[in-house]
Write a protein that binds this ligand. Sequence first.
Ligand code: ADP
Ligand code: MG
Length: 519
Amino acid sequence: MSLKEAAERVAGEFEFDGEGVRKAVKEFLKEMDDGLQKDGTYMSQIPTYVTAVPNGTEKGLYMAVDLGGTNFRVCSINLHGDTTFSLTQSKTKIPKELMTAPTAQELFAFLAKQIEGFLKEHHNEHYEGHIRRHKHKTPNANPATDETEIFNLGFTFSFPVNQIGINRGLLMRWTKGFDIADAVGKDVCALLQTEIDRLHLPVRVAALVNDTVGTLMARSYTSPGKTGTLLGAIFGTGTNGAYVEKLSNVTKLTSNKEADGTYDNSTGEMIVNTEWGSFDNGLEVLPNTPYDVDLDKESVNPGIQMFEKRVSGMFLGEILRRAIVGLLKDKSVSLFGDSDSSVNDLHTTTNIAKDSALFKQWGLDTSFLSLASGDNSAGLKIIRQSLSKELSISSSSLEDAEAVKLIAAAVGRRAARLAAVAIGATVVQSGRLNSMEGKEGGELDERDVVDVGVDGSLVEFYPDFEAMMRGALREVPEIGEAGEKRIRIGIAKDGSGVGAALIALVASKELKVVEEESD
Ligand code: ADP
Ligand code: MG
């Protein structure tokens, strides 16, 4: 078999046709529904207690902090009320010893200390004024004036939590190298608030924020027009989405004993964090090549995050690596073998270093897929250079590079079409495309747009990722060509900054509503 034919055969294994897309959308809708009703389903469909999305007119000064794996970010965000904002931020590396501190208090005291430093540096008048008033506090000081001086803060906390209220969430377990036993099971917002109060800072932890929800909020604020965004979706290291659901559909909410009943239900909506990385863990509809099977088997969490393992940046490079190795082992074809290298440099022989990353798990980064499928240079020079630099494969031929490009493009295309399943199913679930029924052929106006915010290196940098998603969206009968045109997709930057600030804003309003109700 010629190398070209063999590469086409492997690329063909990644085909995910219209029928596949339609079946997967149907299953996705079913699993969304399951998750809204009960716990323990593939898609967790976590209620976030956020019941409104911004429209760009919101105003005010808010704070946001983000405890990721490595850094702690503190920022203040000034929302100008015209879809724009300004952001001031600082970033500190979390000291290693605090990640495994004997008590949670040590870590959270450090975080509060960073907030204090940030306030002193960037909002000193605010800070000093508050401290002064605190010292001279008289028993009948008017709490209402105090209230306006307080920063509402959104807390992005990227560890698994059982969220039981807009600013209440119990730590389920640590990940990413953190290990502080006494924090598990505790409310991380309360842990932070306690340390903030110890320093008398004018800050209230108003909301616990998931990064996907932040993406949705950030997009909804910055998107053109006043229509609220439907979905925030991340295609980066991992993949996940959060969308606006009808409150009456979130039936499991009312049956959660621990859940805090105090949220504003006047909008009739709630943002739901899908955790769609685990869509179809049972592999009813997901494509499953031998490379997918082996990748999963040798992963740290076999059998889970099955959708994510076919869609996101952490895995696509590894799928491609396995497909290339598979072709290399096929003795009937000659990949990196110089057999058909009339175009190869004369007198050179392709050589793969013994310690090439090609033979190591996770050896190939997903950015290589972007590079390979986007290489239109003469003689595919860019791929060949990159094979040499990143995989220590010297003097590869044009035919080799063509084969690699073909397979890389197939892996990327399948990921984009799978991503479209998640987006398409969410759009169908929302019913927002039905609003134009009977208006066929009419002019599109702003109200007919279904807005989707996306974030992550894959969707941002992979060539034509959006175009390929759109191709698949058109193949879904409930969407079709007319529906696809109404879906507007835009990058949402800074979800953990401006998005968290917006959730703090919504939450502070909800707190007021709840307080008024209980008066
Ligand atoms: P995070 O998920 O941590 O927020 P990113 O959105 O930047 O960060 O996603 C990082 C992931 O994207 C990594 O898995 C990386 O391999 C992948 N990636 C980085 N650059 C590119 C690129 N140019 N094209 C496709 N994937 C990329
Ligand atoms: Mg990200």
